[in-house]
Design a binder for this molecule. Structure first.
Ligand code: FAD
Ligand code: NAG
Ligand code: NAG
Ligand code: NAG
Ligand code: NAG
Ligand code: NAG
Ligand code: NAG
Ligand code: NAG
Ligand code: NAG
Ligand code: NAG
Ligand code: NAG
Ligand code: NAG
Length: 650
């Protein structure tokens, strides 16, 4: 009986192919196969005939236009398992039937290490522990996140744990492993109608673990990996040229490989496993190609989106232009679930990368800092040649990859410098002023050059494999505008600040790039919701506070507060700038101003328009100030995702 129903319903809603329901031929490419499969009133009606009561529409019907809408305003909090109103097991079963069986009940990934959990397995625990810091492990696990600090460090494997217990924390309760738009619509409608906390997990890379949420239903976009190439795409904003359409689950490396195969260049992130069509581009997206072409969000030509109402729409410069504007820089998890993006790609270019290190070991700190200053003296001219750099400056043993001799055992690690459209000889000429200064100071450094005739092959050799899964770092960052880098006094103050941060026990990293590419017309500041400060930025300075895996929450709180407070040095240095929402401080003061700048009032109004009941939430996201996470860890509210989500009445 159950399997017949299952087949019937699977065929009815989630996996049946049909004619594209809302396809608009202009401005966006054809739907991917999974986008053709959509939820409709007719399908809901069919399903409710199989389940002969009215719950189907009440639970899974569309918002706003739907005749039956739940009035949730009388209840200020999202449900948690165990609440009286939490959906019954049979309701979850029906949901799973409608989904075609793609609902996953999750437990923490490291539960395999804890004998009290049913999945306990010493062998699996060994594997999980060994791979804990790799993105492969965390990506493949439906509910896991790469920054467990923000889910509550609730179940860490041995060696990484601060307690002897394993709890659910803010790992979601259920995950929908989506492959069709209909499944996303069902999940959005169910969460909205049943008052569930809803999260979206793509890769789980987010630095604030925004894809976690206590008691949440999660939409997992990982398997939306379709790709299509259009050599002559005509977009609604007048662009004609090559474009690729990527599903929401496509990662950086896949996009780069795909672009290489088609002889083009795509503006993606530095790390190979960050999602390209999820939080990265939605939040702006800085790239090794940004100094040439601007932000990733600037490349978007069309998006397909399931809105908070459950309706599936196309957003382009002409269709739903306000949504199109918002989702290019306004951040992930705000008003809808993006199912695909169509993005502009650029001609194939050669690229040279350079990695190098220098330390204070031979020549002492004074000489070391002269070398660092000489680098910053050249940042403006380097960015203006279309180049990018990713560097680390600090004195910590962990970051340095060696046993540090002390807190003045400084290192500078360039990993890497990247020069698109430049030969090795041209790159050497660009770096010559800096290297000449380094030679004068007698600093020992050994640049390693690599060149390829295309972006992918150059990127793949020089960019680092980043560690994830850690809960021992808290980050804060500030965008440094040209006005700071250009001015000798302010530039020196920036280097002094970096030195001071390290003296206080922090580590730093930076990216050198522009949010306004040299190879394109500067974008109009109103074209996308990218934080305006990006347009004048020449470097992003990131500062991190560290503790150990065994540190208690008191230490986490103390280091976090001291870092946020220390950051005033950088805020005062660049008061009119801002901070990148994807790499920001969870307790950034004046947060909406810092992360969204003058765009915030419009972003907030659009949030009210398209998600009036707050289906979507993420810490620091647009509209998040209307909610609080009633954190159960000994931390202030909204410092992580581990607690009930409730409206904050103003
Ligand atoms: C190792 C590492 C390297 C990084 N490098 C860069 C870099 O070079 N440049 C840069 O700009 N940033 C970089 N970042 C930051 C990165 O942009 C953010 O972590 C971003 O949030 C990742 O997006 P995701 O979709 O992969 O991750 P997730 O954690 O899965 O999602 C991030 C947020 O976006 C939301 N979201 C995801 N998919 C969708 C969707 N389809 N529709 C709506 N909302 C969605 C999620 O709900 C969540 O709120 C890096 C991060 C890490 C950890
Ligand atoms: C399709 O998009 C165009 C704009 O490109 C718009 O004018 C038209 O109304 C849309 N059609 C439908 C059916 O949505
Ligand atoms: C509803 O079910 C009927 C009978 O099986 C079928 O003919 C019809 O196409 C279905 N409608 C939808 C929208 O799936
Ligand atoms: C929602 O419920 C509240 C409290 O019961 C009630 O005052 C309000 O009128 C309801 N709103 C709608 C739109 O039904
Ligand atoms: C719908 O009705 C069936 C049969 O009466 C019942 O078992 C089921 O629990 C109901 N579903 C919901 C979601 O209320
Ligand atoms: C971590 O877990 C191990 C194994 O359960 C336990 O022996 C150890 O005490 C835990 N560490 C801390 C700091 O609680
Ligand atoms: C998720 O769905 C995909 C198909 O889209 C399938 O290959 C994969 O095994 C599923 N993963 C889990 C954990 O269910
Ligand atoms: C720089 O140092 C890092 C960490 O020790 C090391 O992995 C890398 O190979 C070094 N790079 C060069 C060019 O020496
Ligand atoms: C230059 O550095 C080397 C070691 O790297 C040292 O032996 C030499 O004395 C230094 N020369 C000067 C002029 O500082
Ligand atoms: C760094 O070393 C100096 C000198 O030994 C010491 O005064 C200072 O407290 C140290 N700072 C940190 C953060 O350890
Ligand atoms: C690459 O550099 C050449 C000059 O060396 C220039 O003519 C060309 O426009 C550049 N390409 C891009 C995409 O900027
Ligand atoms: C927030 O911004 C206002 C005005 O821009 C400023 O006066 C205030 O000092 C800022 N607060 C913090 C904590 O930075």
């Amino acid at each position: 009986m159950k399997s017949i129903l299952f087949q019937l319903l699977a065929a009815t809603i989630a996996t049946a192919s049909s004619l594209p329901a809302f396809y608009n031929a202009s401005g966006a490419p054809p739907f991917f196969p999974g986008e053709d499969i959509q939820l409709t009133e007719g399908r809901l009606t069919n399903a409710s005939q199989i389940f002969p009561n009215s719950s189907i529409h009440r639970l899974f019907g569309f918002g706003r236009e739907s005749k039956i809408t739940n009035n949730i305003t009388s209840f200020g909090c999202k449900l948690l398992p165990g609440d009286a109103a939490w959906p019954s097991p049979s309701t979850w079963d029906i949901f799973n039937f409608l989904l075609g069986g793609s609902l996953i009940k999750t437990n923490p990934l490291a539960a395999v290490c804890y004998p009290l959990w049913p999945e306990y397995s010493a062998q699996r625990c060994k594997e999980v522990s060994e791979k804990w810091l790799t993105s492969e492990l965390q990506l493949a696990s439906p509910g896991s996140v790469m920054q467990p600090l923000y889910e509550g460090r609730s179940c860490m494997p041995p060696g990484f744990n601060y307690t002897t217990s394993c709890e659910m924390g803010a790992y979601p309760t259920y995950v929908v492993n989506v492959s069709t738009v209909a499944q996303i619509q069902l999940a959005v409608n169910f969460a909205r109608n049943a008052n569930l906390r809803l999260v979206i997990k793509n890769t789980g890379h987010d630095f604030l673990a925004k894809s976690s949420g206590k008691g949440a239903l999660s939409i997992w976009t990982h398997y939306l990996t379709d790709k299509a190439f259009y050599p002559e795409f005509e977009s609604d904003d007048g662009y004609t040229g090559p474009a690729i359409k990527v599903g929401a689950g496509v990662q950086t490396r896949e996009a780069y490989e795909y672009a290489k195969a088609h002889g083009v260049t795509v503006v993606g992130g530095e790390d190979y496993s960050v999602g390209i069509a999820g939080g990265f581009t939605l939040g702006g997206g800085h790239s090794p190609m940004s100094s040439m072409y601007g932000m990733a969000a600037d490349q978007v030509l069309a998006m397909q989106v399931v809105l908070a109402s459950g309706h599936f729409i196309t957003a382009t410069a002409k269709q739903n232009p306000d949504i199109f504007w918002m989702l290019r820089g306004g951040g992930g998890s705000t008003i809808g679930v993006v199912t695909s993006m169509t993005i502009k790609v650029h001609p194939k270019v050669q690229m040279t990368t350079v990695t190098l290190n220098f330390t204070a070991d031979n020549d002492g700190p004074d000489v070391f800092w002269k070398g660092v200053r000489a680098y910053f003296d050249n940042v403006e001219s380097l960015v203006d040649k279309g180049t990018y750099a990713y560097y680390f400056i600090g004195a910590s043993a962990d970051e340095r990859g060696t046993t540090a001799a002390g807190n003045t055992s400084y290192y500078f690690q360039m990993q890497p410098f990247a020069a698109p459209n430049k030969t090795i000889e041209e790159t050497k000429a660009l770096l010559n002023p800096w290297f000449t200064a380094m030679d004068e100071f007698n600093i020992t450094y050994t640049p390693v050059y690599s060149h390829a005739d295309n972006f992918h092959d150059s990127w793949v050799v020089a960019f680092p494999e980043e560690k994830v899964g850690q809960d021992v770092v808290k980050l804060a960052s500030r965008l440094m505008p040209r006005s700071v880098i250009h001015d000798t006094t302010l530039r020196n103050q920036l280097v002094d600040a970096i030195q001071d941060a390290i003296a206080k026990g922090f580590f730093t990293s930076g990216v050198q790039l522009s949010g306004t590419g040299i190879a394109v017309e500067p974008p109009s500041t109103s074209a996308a919701a990218v934080l305006p400060a990006w347009r004048t930025t020449l470097t992003q300075t990131t500062v991190g506070g560290e503790w150990t895996f065994q540190s208690d929450w008191g230490t986490v709180k103390e280091v976090s507060l001291s870092l946020t407070s220390w950051m005033d040095v950088l805020r005062d240095l660049a008061p009119d700038s801002g901070a990148y929402l994807n790499e920001g401080d969870i307790i950034e003061p004046n947060q909406s101003d810092a992360f969204y700048g003058k765009n915030y009032p419009r972003l907030y109004a659009l949030k009210q328009k398209y998600d009036p009941t707050g289906v979507f939430f993420a810490l620091t996201a647009v509209g998040s100030e209307d909610w609080e996470v009633q954190v159960t860890d000994p931390l202030p509210y909204s410092w992580n995702n581990n607690g009930r989500l409730c409206r904050r009445w103003k």
